[in-house]
Design a protein around this ligand. Structure first.
Ligand code: ADP
Length: 212
């Protein structure tokens, strides 16, 4: 990476906003002579920041980093979601622990008789419940779960960027992917899940072509 001069930064900004644009037009915008700009344009083109095409002018070339970042950020939840693991709200804490091991997940979602999302149980919730002396077969999951309307959800048409932001802001490891049935009543159907691992995998997959 070369360190750009202030003028080179200005040129990049102009081309980013208005490209393709001719050398003469860039010069006019900066109130400079075309000849004065020639070395800067040559440097920016050689460094790969600009692309020069005869009769078309200069266009901005995104760096590999920018492309990778955009690719990841713009991916849709629908293309990356995995299967949700759900239990009924009448299930016991013991059942929930068994499901966590069988399905190899970090959290499970609790649904009511209509199949609507009513709770989330994570590993820490189960550990907390296990610290008591009560028989875990006797405690229903709805006693220990995080319940609606406190569940942070994501919709299929949202981006992985939005999912990552929600998980970081709320200090949680996963999000249920939901279909809205009735938003006012907080009625949702669970159709998938997105975890921090989903984001890490998408990052690895999409940056493969740019890694050495
Ligand atoms: P862990 O228990 O393994 O640290 P999390 O960080 O995901 O897993 O969970 C921390 C707490 O946040 C738990 O009490 C859990 O019930 C709750 N939680 C997990 N996911 C969500 C979510 N999507 N919305 C609201 N609360 C959640």
């Amino acid at each position: 990476m070369i360190k750009l001069t202030k003028r080179q930064e200005e040129i990049l900004q102009i081309v980013k906003e208005e490209g393709p644009i001719s050398g003469k037009e860039i010069a006019d915008k900066l109130s400079l002579k075309r000849a004065t700009l020639r070395p800067d344009l040559a440097i920016l083109t050689m460094a790969g920041n600009l692309e020069a095409r005869t009769k078309v002018g200069y266009s901005y070339k995104e760096s590999a980093n920018e492309t990778t970042y955009k690719n990841i950020a713009e991916q849709l939840v629908s293309d990356y979601k995995s299967h949700p693991v759900v239990v009924r709200n009448s299930s016991s804490v013991y059942d929930a622990i068994v499901q966590i091991f069988l399905k190899d997940v970090g959290a499970i979602y609790v649904v009511n008789d209509e199949g609507h999302l009513v709770g989330v149980i994570s590993r820490k919730d189960l550990l907390r419940a296990s610290m008591g002396t009560q028989d875990l077969r006797e405690i229903p999951v709805n006693v220990i779960m995080t319940r609606m309307p406190n569940i942070i959800t994501i919709r299929q048409e949202e981006t992985l960027h939005a999912a990552a932001k929600k998980m970081i802001e709320h200090h949680i490891d996963s999000l249920p992917v939901v279909l809205e049935i009735n938003e006012e009543n907080h009625t949702y159907k669970v159709v998938g899940r997105i975890t921090k691992t989903t984001i890490a995998k998408a990052y690895m997959e999409l940056s493969k072509s740019h890694t050495v």
